[in-house]
Design a protein around this ligand. Structure first.
Ligand SMILES: Cc1cc2nc3c(=O)[nH]c(=O)nc-3n(C[C@H](O)[C@H](O)[C@H](O)COP(=O)(O)OP(=O)(O)OC[C@H]3O[C@@H](n4cnc5c(N)ncnc54)[C@H](O)[C@@H]3O)c2cc1C
Length: 327
């Protein structure tokens, strides 16, 4: 039996798609082992978020709305996690592999005396015990790891453990953690939040992503890609080569040194399929590749591929999709 705890940053009552996915996957894993899922909802607005988290499969939602969580999320969040783990006594803590989760995980591991596996891309059960997968050697190999004895902590990349099934029904209990957090003057403070301006959903939220690479030949190539993404209700991403060329902003980069995404559909346009790029998109449910080189490695990973010049394929695909959607 594995009792799991996860933490969700619920500032303003908002729960990101990635956080909802993590709760859903963690709930499924807990249920498969006969355990329970406890979710810590942290930040002002956490109580508003509780309904979403219960619907995603939480057995217990512990909310904490202390102001310090908004102003010093690293330190205050860690205090809330330690307190939440004292209440829920998990055998496994799953944290998102984002900036906060990566900050909390090793420090929580020290406090709980727990083993830590980072950057998990998937998991399974072996003899009733969770076994984690993570990419190593720049995404060229997969390591399978488990934590012997004691509690375990894992930081989880988007899409890990995802199953194509509706969320399980958890007990759905919600209560306040009852923790007062006083911010110490020495705690690092969050000075401001900046939201990237973009049309449509962000890359981490998008269910469809159209990404462009060096094969676009210039920044103007991202315009038709944007139109295709808009038609699909999705977002535009880029390979590092396209970002390095200055054709796309760094916030669009997907891969080892960029973002990890897990959309339903990932369209790779003029992207060769280097392992460092695939690390960032391999959890997409369906990869579609458009490349004029039939030998491009991306075709080994794509479920659907079009061999051709993107200048012909992308506009034709956009027109066809618009016609389909208009019917
Ligand atoms: C430590 C490290 C970290 C890295 N991190 C990342 C990362 O986070 N993300 C990332 O993407 N890369 C990363 N890279 C770089 C990575 O190794 C590749 O160099 C990069 O992904 C290549 O980008 P690309 O596929 O756009 O370009 P290329 O490899 O140059 O491929 C361009 C493709 O476009 C096709 N093409 C050309 N013209 C057309 C056309 N008219 N129509 C259709 N197709 C066409 C070509 O056939 C080719 O397959 C990293 C590398 C290192 C060493």
């Amino acid at each position: 039996m594995t009792n799991i705890v996860t933490a969700v940053w619920a500032w303003g009552g908002r729960v990101s798609a990635a956080a909802r996915d993590l709760v859903q996957s963690a709930g499924t894993l807990a249920a498969e082992t006969g355990g329970e899922l406890g979710v810590l909802a942290l930040g002002t607005g956490a109580q508003i978020a509780a309904d979403t988290l219960r619907a995603a499969g939480a057995d217990v939602v512990l909310t904490c709305e202390e102001e310090a969580l908004d102003t010093a999320p690293g330190e205050a969040g860690l205090a809330a996690l330690v307190a939440g783990c004292e209440v829920l006594r998990p055998s496994l803590v799953l944290l998102p592999a984002d900036s906060l989760g990566r900050d909390w995980a090793p420090r929580l591991g020290y406090r709980l005396g727990a083993g830590l596996v980072t950057e998990v891309t998937d998991w399974s059960l072996e003899e009733g015990r969770p076994v984690f997968q993570r990419l190593v050697f720049g995404g060229k190999a997969i390591a399978t790891m488990t934590v012997a004895g004691g509690p375990a902590i894992a930081t989880v990349r988007p899409g890990a453990g995802r199953r194509d099934e509706p969320p399980r029904a958890g007990r759905g209990e919600a209560r306040d953690l009852g923790l007062a957090i006083e911010a110490w003057p020495s705690w690092p403070r969050l000075l401001r939040r900046q939201t990237e301006e973009r049309q449509g959903p962000g890359l981490e939220e998008a269910r469809a992503i159209v990404s462009g690479g060096r094969g676009l030949g210039g920044p103007e190539g991202f315009e038709p890609l944007g139109e295709l993404a808009l038609t699909l209700g999705g977002a535009v991403g880029a390979s590092r080569a396209a970002v390095d060329e200055g054709w796309a902003p760094p916030t669009w980069q997907i891969g080892q040194t960029g973002k990890t995404v897990a959309p339903d559909l990932y369209v790779a346009v003029g992207i060769s399929g280097a392992s460092q790029h695939l690390v960032g998109c391999s959890r997409a449910k369906t990869i579609v590749a458009i490349n004029r080189d039939p030998e491009a490695p991306i075709f080994d990973y794509a479920r659907l591929g079009v061999v051709g010049d993107w200048r012909e394929v992308v506009p034709a695909l956009t027109v066809a999709l618009k016609e389909m959607l208009a019917d």
